[in-house]
Design a protein around this ligand. Structure first.
Ligand code: P6P
Length: 338
């Protein structure tokens, strides 16, 4: 019988990698895994909501049906609070930071940034969606907790990862010692190691960008799209355009197959659309650990000094050779206006 390594077993086996106290990360990732299983259960029946009742109404069991992203947010906040390792949460769903005030969390040292259900608008059309998380340790354990505790560079992340609720549900994470992927086995209710030591191919044939915004793209992005579409056998161009409007799904495919995802500045989002703390930083940590690259078109994402919980940034992320090429064109055409 093939050896099955559950997420819990793997974390314990790899505790030596963790630079802080042994049990802390295990419990933190366990808490995230628990919330992910609960959210997965609800996401999987989302299509039935119309039968069980519209969002915001009462279903056939008399339970109030919540919008799934609100539900997911509540599950992650509740699981992290019950776990006792988290002192505060920055969530896409909450304007302000969410202090964790449960008794068990009195001495907690960790901060969690989370996008509880990214791409939730895709649920109604059965497209894969995801949760993205990023874990920091409080730099200053004295003094009152404040937003400033969260404004650490991405290089200070203790761990980061995502859950993709797709044809199967996977949890992918890093603690700075490589990237490992776990697939949920519903028959035993465990995330099992399925993708050990994940690596992003140095190059690829997929580019992911919403070309509907083309007219507002920086000239360097327009030139990169043109480069992707040119015929050139030696570099296997033209590449294929793949964009499903769900960041975790587009990222996960490009991580496995090689490719580049770009969400640049646009007229509607002059600083980009995606959020630094709970979308770009965690995925940048993952991609670098898998041998890929992530920048805002010019600067390494992990080196950006955050100034606000929900700040946005342009994002160029994926295979190192593809991101480097896009950055070259951004530099070459940086003076040209849109
Ligand atoms: P657009 C979903 O709303 C999301 O935040 C990401 O998951 C996705 O990559 C992006 O926005 C899609 O944005 O403007 O192309 O629809």
């Amino acid at each position: 019988m093939k050896k099955v390594t559950t997420l819990g077993q793997f974390i314990i086996e790899r505790q030596a990698d963790f630079q802080y106290a042994k049990g802390e990360l295990s419990r933190l990732l366990r808490d995230i895994g628990i919330a992910a299983k609960i959210v997965n259960r609800e996401v999987n029946k989302a299509g039935l909501v119309d039968i069980l009742g519209e969002h915001g109404t009462v279903n056939s069991h008399g339970e109030k049906v919540k919008k799934l992203d609100v539900y997911a947010n509540e599950q992650f906040i509740s699981a992290l609070g019950a776990g006792g390792e988290t002192c505060a949460i920055a969530s896409e769903e909450n304007d302000e930071l969410v202090p964790v005030t449960t008794d068990v969390s009195r001495n907690a040292k960790y901060l969690v940034c989370v996008d509880p259900l990214d791409g939730s608008s895709n649920i109604d059309v059965n497209v894969s969606i995801g949760t993205i998380f990023s874990i920091y340790r409080r730099a200053n354990l004295d003094g009152a907790l404040s937003e400033k505790d969260f404004l650490q560079n991405g290089t200070a992340q203790v761990a980061s990862g995502y859950i993709i609720y797709g044809s199967s549900t996977m949890l992918v994470y890093t603690t700075g010692k490589g990237v490992n992927g776990f697939t949920l086995d519903p028959s035993i209710g465990e995330f099992c190691l399925s993708h050990p030591d994940m690596k992003c191919p140095g190059t690829g044939k997929i580019y992911s960008i919403n070309e509907g915004n083309y007219v507002h793209f920086p000239e360097g992005v327009k030139q990169y799209i043109k480069y992707c579409q040119e015929e050139d056998e030696s570099t296997k161009r033209p590449y294929s355009s793949r964009y499903i409007g769900s960041l975790v799904a587009d990222f996960h495919r490009n991580l496995l197959k090689g490719g580049i995802f770009i969400y640049p500045s646009t007229a509607k989002s002059p600083k980009g659309k995606l959020r630094l703390l709970y979308e770009c930083n965690p995925l940048a940590f993952i991609i670098e650990q898998a041998g890929g690259k992530a920048s805002d078109g010019k600067k390494r994402i992990l080196d950006i000094v955050p100034t606000a919980l929900h700040q946005r940034t342009p994002l160029f992320i994926g295979s190192v050779e593809m991101v480097t090429k896009a950055e070259e064109l951004m530099r070459a055409y940086s003076e040209q206006t849109v």
